[in-house]
Design a protein around this ligand. Sequence first.
Ligand code: NAP
Length: 262
Amino acid sequence: MDLGLTGRWALVCAASKGLGAGCAEALAGEGVNVVITARGEEALQAQAAKLRAANPGVQVIAVAGDITTEAGRAAALAAAPQIDILVNNAGGPPPGDFRDWERDQWIAALDANMLTPIALIKATVDAMAARGFGRIVNITSGAVKAPIDVLGLSNGARSGLTGFVAGLSRQSRIAGRNVTINNLLPGAFDTERLQKTLVAGAQKSGQALDEVRVKRMAGIPAQRFGSAEEFGAICALMCSAHAGYLTGQNILLDGGAYPGTF
Ligand SMILES: NC(=O)c1ccc[n+]([C@@H]2O[C@H](COP(=O)([O-])OP(=O)(O)OC[C@H]3O[C@@H](n4cnc5c(N)ncnc54)[C@H](OP(=O)(O)O)[C@@H]3O)[C@@H](O)[C@H]2O)c1
């Protein structure tokens, strides 16, 4: 299927690695010009070079910076002539016990996983509506549907974003102008972040890393972790010209791990 996106411009945040990189790859593969961001310059430039090599007809702009800061967002927004597609993403907050978290930790989590996506939506959504096309995908987490005890900062901040998006996406001056806002909820995906979690789990339990990995996969009905490529493919589909009637939704990609009917 032609997704009808050739020549569009996307800002894909936090996209030198992992799920963000998967989204940028899928969009560039559909002929979308992309601005990608990350803090680390080296990995970001390497990813930009990979995208350019795979998609010679597409413009790829790499903007190094922290997307959770005002300066980082301003630089990312200024890099594209217009933004038709916005993929919101940033690193997730650390695990822990809420008894140890002070206001600063909460503010950092809210900044990264709630207020940053809202600021970027605010900066782009009205221009999208004026042009009559816009697609916004927020990478959140399966933890929004099924909270993970030790990820309280993530559960809280991402649920705040989810509630906000549920209301905003249904404004007629947004939905009625072919601008959609949806959340894409990853379960367990085989990225650096997941690898770090598995290593920490192995160290804590004294089990071998392979054992921890196999056990974790066995708990997923699909019997495997997801890949950044398949995450990116669904993101691109949600951004497609055909997805204009899909808005305000939380799309869970977890290999069947969430046990509920709805
Ligand atoms: N993988 C999973 O199984 C899973 C499951 C549920 C939720 N999630 C969530 O999905 C998101 C992406 O996860 P991932 O697995 O793709 O992580 P990852 O493999 O660690 O990749 C994170 C990417 O984001 C960039 N990044 C992180 N913080 C940034 C910031 N402040 N500004 C700009 N770029 C930033 C990183 O580059 P730099 O470090 O160089 O900035 C890197 O490119 C995270 O919020 C994570 O919590 C992931």
